[in-house]
Every structure is written in C-alpha cells, then in structure tokens.
Design a protein around this ligand. Structure first.
Ligand SMILES: Nc1nc2c(c(=O)[nH]1)N[C@H]1C(S)=C(S)[C@@H](COP(=O)(O)OP(=O)(O)OC[C@H]3O[C@@H](n4cnc5c(=O)[nH]c(N)nc54)[C@H](O)[C@@H]3O)O[C@H]1N2
Ligand SMILES: Nc1nc2c(c(=O)[nH]1)N[C@H]1C(S)=C(S)[C@@H](COP(=O)(O)OP(=O)(O)OC[C@H]3O[C@@H](n4cnc5c(=O)[nH]c(N)nc54)[C@H](O)[C@@H]3O)O[C@H]1N2
Ligand code: SF4
Ligand SMILES: [Mo]
Length: 669
C-alpha cells in the first residue's frame, strides 16, 4: 500500500488536499489531507469515496461507435486506431468542404486543472476551429466585481475569522463552501451574527441568525436601499470613499430615490427589515459579505454584483481585517504561463466565437453563421447543464452533425455521440490546479494507470494532432513533460515563493501565497470604481432582469450530493435525493391546489418538465427552485430543468442567465 498526496480536481472553490492510498492500480481509500490549510482535512461526502467513481462498474473503458439511431444509446467497441481515423477523416473533409468555422470544440468544468482542462486549445488553435466563449458559470459575477475592484483580491475565507458580522448572500455554503461553514459556526458561538439573504434557504436557515427571503433577480435593489439608509444615516465612510473611490459623490446623489419602501416593492423584503439590516451592517466594524454566484446568473447579474461589491466597501470595511467581500477571487496568480498549454500562437486565422450558453443556436445555424458540422465535447455534459435542453437535443439529432464525446460515463450527452472516447480520472494523470476560492496552487502526479483503454484529454489531443498531420513539437510532449515545463517557467506568484515550496510542487502538493492587500486597488486608476466609464452603464443603478410572462421565477440551486452533473454515476450519493423535485412556497402551492409530494408540471414557452412538488416556507414567494442536476433517466418525461432555460446572456460578462426564467406550474392530473 502506498499513500500519495493529490488534489480534488472538481469545480469547487476549495481544491481540497487529498491523501490517497493505492494498492497497485487500485485506489483503496481517500481522505482529507490535514496539512492542507484550506480544508484542514475536512472533505465533502462526494469525495470521501472517490474510489467508487474511479473503479465504478459503469465506466466507459473502450472507444465506442454508434450502432443505433442518434440518441438511442446503442454502441459497439472499436479500436483507438479506428476511432482516431474516423474523427480525423471527418474533420479533414469538413475543413475542405466548409472550413474551420464548422468545427466546434466544447468543454467546461468537468476537470478544473490547467493542463487537461485547457490542452485541447492548442490543437483547435492549430486547426483554426471555433473558439468557445466559456461563460457557463459565474462570468457575470467576475465582470461585476472587477467593474468595481479590477484585479484587487477579495477575502480569502481564512480571513473570515476576523470579521464581526456576516451576510451570507445567495450561497448554499453547506453544499458549495463546506470548509467555511466551520468559520460561521465558530463565529456564532462567539456571539457574532450571521444573516442569510436567499431565495431558497432550506439548507442554510438553521445555521443563520436571520433569514431574509428575496425575490430572485432583485438583490441589486436591496443593496441600493441598504446604501440609501447608510448614506442617509451617516453610516457610510465618506472620507474613505472620497479618497479611495471614483464617483462616490455622484453615486450618492442617485441613492435618494432608492428608498427601502421602493425596494420592498421590488424585492418582497419588508422596508423595516432593510433598514434594520443596513443599520446592523453600518454598526459593524468589519462586516463580511460571503457572496454566492446564484444572483449573478440573471440578465442583470453583473450589475447586481457591482452593487453588492460597492456595498461591501461602503462603510470602509475593506480597510479593516476581516471586512469586505468573500467569494469573488481572492487573488493569487498567475502561477504558470497558460499560453504554454493553449498555444494561441498556433492560430493563423481569426476564430469564430461561439458562446457556450448558445449551443442550441450554434447547432441550428441561427446566429447567422454556418451551422456546426463537427462537435467535440470533453469534460462537459451540455445536455444536462447548458440552457435550452430541447434545442440542444434537436441539434444533436441532426444527421449532418458529427459528434465526439470524450467521457468517463454514459451521460445524457454521450448518448447522442457518434463516437465516444473513454476518459481518465485525475489520479490517472499529471496536472496542476489553481484554487478559485483561496490563494493557492498545486501540482498532482499520476498515481495509478488508467483502466482498460482510457486515455487522458491530452493523450487524445496528441493522437488527433498526429493523425491530422500536425508536426509541431508541442504535440510530442506528455502531460508530465508539460507540467515540468510549466514549473520550470514560473509566473510571478510562484517566483515569490521560497525554493522549498517550489520543490513541494515537484513531488505533488500545494503552495500558498499571502492574502491580498485589500486596499491596494488593482485598477487602472489605483482607485475603486463606483462609477466606471469603461462600461455601457457607467453609473451603478437598478436594472430589471430578463424575466418573462409567467408568474413564477425559476432558479437552480446546487445539491450537496452531486456537483453539477458530476457524481450522477454514484447511486450511493444520488439515491437519497429521490425524484426530481421543484420546491415552492406554501402560498404559491396552495393557490394552485398543490400539496407536498404531488406530481406537477412546470412549463413555459420552451417546454414542459415534470417534477414532484416540495412545499416549503423557506423559499421566497413567487420563486420555484430545482435543486441539483439529474440524469434524464430520473425525469418523469425525460426532460431536465434546463428545458425551461433560455439562452439569453447577462448584462456584462456574456454569462448564463440560468436563474432568470419564468414558469407556471400545474398539478399533473
Ligand atoms: N455540492 C456541490 N458543490 C458545488 C457545486 C454543486 O453543484 N454541488 N457546484 C460547484 C460550482 S460549479 C460552483 S460555480 C460553486 C458555486 O455554486 P453556485 O451554484 O453558485 O452555488 P452558491 O454559490 O451556493 O449559490 C447558489 C445559491 O444562489 C441562490 N440564488 C439563486 N438566484 C438567486 C437570487 O436571485 N438571489 C439570491 N439572493 N439568491 C439566489 C440559490 O438559491 C442558491 O442557494 O459551487 C461548486 N460546488
Ligand atoms: N440545472 C442546472 N444547470 C447547471 C447548474 C445547476 O446547478 N443546475 N450549474 C451550472 C454551473 S455553475 C456549471 S459550472 C456548469 C457545469 O457543467 P459541466 O461543465 O457540464 O460540468 P459537469 O456537469 O460537472 O460535467 C462534467 C463532465 O465531465 C466529465 N469529466 C470529468 N473529468 C474529465 C476529464 O478529465 N476528461 C473528460 N473528457 N471528461 C471529464 C464528467 O464525467 C462529467 O460528465 O453547469 C451549469 N448548469
Ligand atoms: S468537491 Fe469541493 S469540498 Fe469536496 S473534496 Fe472537492 S474541493 Fe473539497
Ligand atoms: Mo459553476
């Protein structure tokens, strides 16, 4: 038995350190690494039995070729030679007949590493294929935050111990920030208050002193009204804002119209609650807002985050330890030179850009461009996770489309493939990882051999490049060699670290940079930007979200049992979730004659999805919530919740607006 350090590869802010015990090519035990200062040995239940995913009976172990109709799910094993030859023959024909704009590489966050996540870019740059705009998650949040703060690092969760008042704003921390829950629990034990602002509070309510339920997509109005009260009552730190920010005075003038009474009408939060919250926030010395990403996935999502970011600095909290905003990028990096992986220099044309959220339109040829003829999907499950599910499925059924899916399991997307290629797990490859929630970076080595004929993303792209006739030496290197090259050419944040820290990366491990200096504003002017003239809307203000004609606002919330569609292969995790449920408020259920456990149909102009109703008082009136992503096999009519999601983008950041759709719900008779 051997024990190895490795890193959780999934799309989660913590990149927990793991200790993995292996017997030959079998992983027998996985536990948290107590030496990792972020997770302190605490890992989530999903990764406790990582080995059950790695050695699952359901893993795809050979390349497969479709034998039935598209989407029917019938395949037969083929050799790697046949798979690579079939794919590259098709690519060459498409390049000749249509051109590189008809080839779309499609990936997102199945593996969050630097090499195996981004390595396909080098091949597709070389080919001149489409370039995917990867904004499926929190790009509106990033754009809203940086519109105010530029590259200034926000709070690392480890700094929350110094805060004296907490607002958990639209984050199910129990599911998505498990490691920071201990800080919240400790804070409350020591008498500090925690307030939750959520549209759906079932998981978090018992961990907070107060729950404020808000109509989805209206958080910007709440932030504005809080700033109205802070300004009116002399609780804004005027000296700080005049000195450190651009545009405070003109913004303050606009606040007069954003009264708590106005905000009550928009948000559904009583004016008295808004006033009280603003006073409490203003009285705290180092209040921290822990911001989730849910409220950024709206048509007004970038503006919402801009307003919450300004609020976080409105009392001068950023200048005091523990005060400010957590959850928007704590800084750290660059650690390695990504261009050594993605190789933009290999591209000789101007890429056609396709937004990841608009796959259905791209497949249908609706964006005024040629329709996509070859789709190459890896580390992503768009049928389950991207908006407009029925449009995507229609596109995948097109007989003229050639689809390759590189996967570990028969996902809802893989079923529509013409060729499936068997993929690897993190412990079967070498890579490096940057955390998006903490100031850290780590490297992980291969621990076991891949089973069957599974190959890593990079091994496959190398084979494809060779078969395409690309002679660039880049495609000769293994992942180990690429990792060595990255570590041999460190970027600024690695260079700051002592030699011993860098050595620990060579053997697999993580390194930590200092927390950001939160008042060293990394913006062009060296000041915070309350007013930002670079934007189409320089003055922060209330924007409506996209909305729609149906009465209920539909949002998605993360499930603690799964991570987007990852872990759906694990019966031990998904069985406990039961059927696909839609959570709705008692009053909204009663007015429709719906009781807990009823079969219901949620519908809008895009389609219908069947759910089981769960009736709750911990969801905002007028909101309905689909918790977690499901396999279509668990859906009562085969449709998943993303059937009800439009492809519309956010105000800034070109991001998903997954939480900004309206529906009506009826009892399924
Ligand atoms: N267990 C588990 N862990 C995960 C994930 C998972 O699916 N499961 N997902 C991973 C990924 S990809 C990411 S991006 C991260 C973060 O994942 P996110 O999905 O961003 O989750 P949270 O940050 O917890 O924020 C989502 C919360 O926003 C709320 N919400 C939605 N709309 C609104 C609104 O308009 N206003 C307010 N106030 N609240 C709203 C939802 O009710 C939900 O509780 O977590 C990662 N970790
Ligand atoms: N309804 C609903 N939709 C959502 C969300 C939601 O909460 N609800 N969350 C949204 C968010 S925040 C995000 S970030 C996206 C994420 O959406 P996706 O990017 O689709 O991520 P996952 O659903 O985790 O699926 C990733 C797939 O990658 C595969 N995979 C893992 N590692 C590798 C590898 O090394 N190589 C290859 N080839 N494949 C690999 C896994 O087996 C898995 O099937 O979903 C979004 N969509
Ligand atoms: S999924 Fe998140 S909480 Fe779980 S082990 Fe991975 S990084 Fe840690
Ligand atoms: Mo995400």
């Amino acid at each position: 038995m051997t024990t190895h350090k490795t890193i959780c590869p999934y799309d989660c802010p913590t990149t927990c350190g793991l200790l993995v015990e292996a017997e030959g090519d079998r992983i027998v035990k996985v536990r948290g690494d107590a030496d990792d200062p972020k997770s302190r040995g605490l890992i989530c239940r999903k990764m406790h039995h990582y080995e059950r995913s790695i050695h699952s009976q359901n893993r795809i172990l050979t390349p497969l070729k479709r034998t039935g109709a598209k989407g029917e799910g019938r395949f037969e094993p083929i050799t790697w030679d046949e798979a690579i030859d079939t794919i590259t023959t098709r690519w060459k024909r498409t390049l000749d007949e249509v051109g590189p704009d008809a080839i779309l590489p499609f990936y997102y966050s199945g593996v969050m590493s630097f090499i195996h996540r981004f390595c396909g870019d080098s091949l597709f740059n070389r080919m001149g294929a489409c370039s995917l705009v990867k904004t499926l998650c929190a790009s509106a949040k990033g754009a809203g935050y940086s519109a105010v703060m530029g590259k200034t690092g926000c709070l690392d969760p480890r700094e929350l111990a110094d805060s004296d008042f907490y607002i958990v704003w639209g984050s199910n921390m129990k599911a998505t920030r498990l490691q920071s829950m201990a800080d919240i629990v400790a804070a409350r034990k020591s008498g500090k208050r925690v307030v939750l602002i959520e549209s759906y509070a079932e998981d978090m309510a018992s961990h907070c002193d107060q729950v404020i339920l808000i109509k989805p997509g209206t958080d910007g109005a709440l932030a504005l009204a809080m700033m109205h009260v802070l300004a009116e009552e002399g609780l804004a730190d005027t000296d700080f804002l005049l000195k450190e920010a651009i545009g405070f005075e003109s913004f303050r003038e606009t606040l007069t119209s954003y009264t708590p009474e106005w905000a009550e009408g928009v948000t559904g939060v009583p004016a008295s609650v808004i006033v009280e919250l603003a006073r409490e926030f203003g009285a705290a010395s180092a209040p921290a807002i822990i911001l989730g990403s849910g409220n950024s996935r709206h048509g007004n999502g970038g503006m919402t985050v801009r307003l919450i970011t300004i609020l976080s600095a409105f009392t001068g909290a950023w200048a005091r330890p523990g005060g400010g905003l957590c959850g928007c990028g704590p800084g750290g990096g660059p650690f390695v030179d990504m261009a050594r992986i993605t190789r933009p220099d290999l591209r000789t044309n101007t890429a056609r850009k396709v937004n990841i959220n608009q796959l259905a339109s791209a497949l249908a040829g609706e964006d005024g461009q040629a329709s996509i003829r070859c789709l190459h999907i890896y580390a992503c499950n768009p049928v389950s996770t991207v908006c407009h599910q029925q449009g995507i499925v229609r596109g995948l059924l097109n007989p003229d489309l050639f689809t390759v899916v590189h996967e570990r399991f028969m996902t809802d997307t893989a079923r529509y493939a013409d060729i499936i290629l068997p993929a690897t797990f993190s412990v079967e490859q070498a890579d490096c990882y940057g955390s998006y929630g903490y100031c850290s970076f780590g490297a992980a080595r291969k621990i076991i051999s891949a089973p069957g004929e599974c190959k890593s993303n990079w091994e496959i792209f190398r084979l494809l490049a060779k078969a395409m006739g690309y002679k660039d030496s880049h495609f000769d290197r293994t992942d180990e060699e690429l990792l060595e090259e990255l570590l041999a050419h460190p970027e600024p944040d690695l260079l700051k670290l002592p030699e011993e820290a860098l050595d620990s990366l060579r053997t697999g491990g993580q390194v930590f940079t200092l927390f950001a200096d939160h008042t060293d504003w990394e913006t062009p002017s060296g000041k915070m930007m309350i007013v930002n003239d670079e934007l189409a809307t320089p003055m922060p203000q209330y924007l409506e979200n996209h909305g729609g004609e149906y009465p209920l606002r539909l949002i998605a919330a993360p499930s603690s049992a799964t991570l987007n569609s990852t872990f759906l292969e694990r019966e031990d995790l998904v069985a406990g979730r039961g059927p696909m449920t839609l959570v709705m408020h008692l009053d909204d259920a009663a007015s429709r004659g719906i009781a807990d456990g009823d079969s219901i149909v949620a519908f809008n102009e895009l389609g219908e999805v069947r759910f089981e109703a769960r009736v709750s008082s911990l969801v905002a009136r007028g909101a309905v919530v689909a918790v977690g992503v499901f396999h279509s096999g668990r859906s009562m009519n085969g449709n998943l919740v993303n059937t009800l999601h439009h492809e519309r983008l956010s105000d800034i950041g070109e991001a998903t607006t997954l939480n900004d759709n309206t529906v009506e719900v009826r009892k399924d008779l």
